[in-house]
Write a protein that binds this ligand. Structure first.
Ligand code: 6GU
Length: 236
């Protein structure tokens, strides 16, 4: 998979070099390239040089904050977006990012992340690339507001790349983890069997695999009912 990130904070993505994602890049499963949006802001819309490399302007219709310029974003995206690439625009006004969306995106040949400030990118950018036949996704991490799309883009990159076949050491741990089956994960324990007066549940020491599976399923349901009832199918 090829991943391109366009941002006014390219230094932020130094974090891509560490951890498992760094290993995936070394093994060439994932190739990431980070681009400074301001390199597409050296010429104004009228063709004259922009020494200030302006990326935003006041919103038409008035209101607080600034909006990122369509001409600057269009240039930056045109430089990197490939024919089968998916344009991902992190935004608190987007569709919720979920495990199933992550799984879908793990099959894309290219993801291009357009990281804007939270007031947003001129809406014609998403419209234009959708009109051109590209898959364009405005994606939100949840119902709260971040200053910009960078943290969200990194979260999405991590969730997507770990699903690429060959990325994780243990494929079974992906099958069993939280959200893979729509429920929260069961609690896990390791040695010692007793710690600060708290004992590991007896059944896990029994070696009885059927009873262990049953217990884990019951824990998943209890935990989901207590913490995330919205994930359960409606009761009738
Ligand atoms: Cl994707 N972007 C921003 N700016 N804020 C968010 C978000 C994204 N998801 C939740 N809050």
């Amino acid at each position: 998979m090829r991943i391109d990130v366009i941002t006014i904070f390219p230094e932020f993505f130094g974090v891509l070099d560490v951890s498992l994602l760094g290993k995936a890049r070394e093994s060439a499963l994932v190739e990431t390239q980070v681009h400074d949006l301001r390199e597409s802001a050296t010429v104004k819309a009228d063709g004259s040089p922009d020494v200030h490399r302006t990326v935003d302007d006041a919103p038409f219709g008035g209101g607080a904050g600034m909006v990122m310029k369509a001409d600057v974003w269009g240039k930056a995206i045109d430089r990197v977006l490939m024919p089968l690439g998916v344009l991902v625009i992190p935004s608190p006004a987007g569709v919720p990012f979920t495990q199933s969306l992550a799984a879908e995106l793990s099959h894309a040949p290219q993801l291009v992340f357009a990281c804007g400030r939270y007031e947003g990118i001129d809406a014609r950018v998403a419209e234009h690339y959708a009109d051109q036949g590209y898959r364009v996704l405005e994606v939100s991490l949840g119902d709260y507001v971040l200053n910009g799309g960078e943290v969200a883009a990194f979260a999405i990159i991590e969730a997507v790349t770990r699903l690429i076949p060959g990325f994780m050491g243990n494929a079974q741990s992906i099958v069993e983890e939280s959200h893979a089956d729509g429920l929260l994960e069961y609690p896990s324990y390791t040695r010692p069997a007793s710690w600060r007066g708290i004992d590991v549940p007896e059944v896990l020491l029994s070696g009885h695999h059927a009873r262990i599976s049953e217990w884990r399923r019951a824990q998943q349901l209890a935990r989901t009912r207590a913490l995330r009832p919205d994930l359960l199918p409606p009761e009738d």
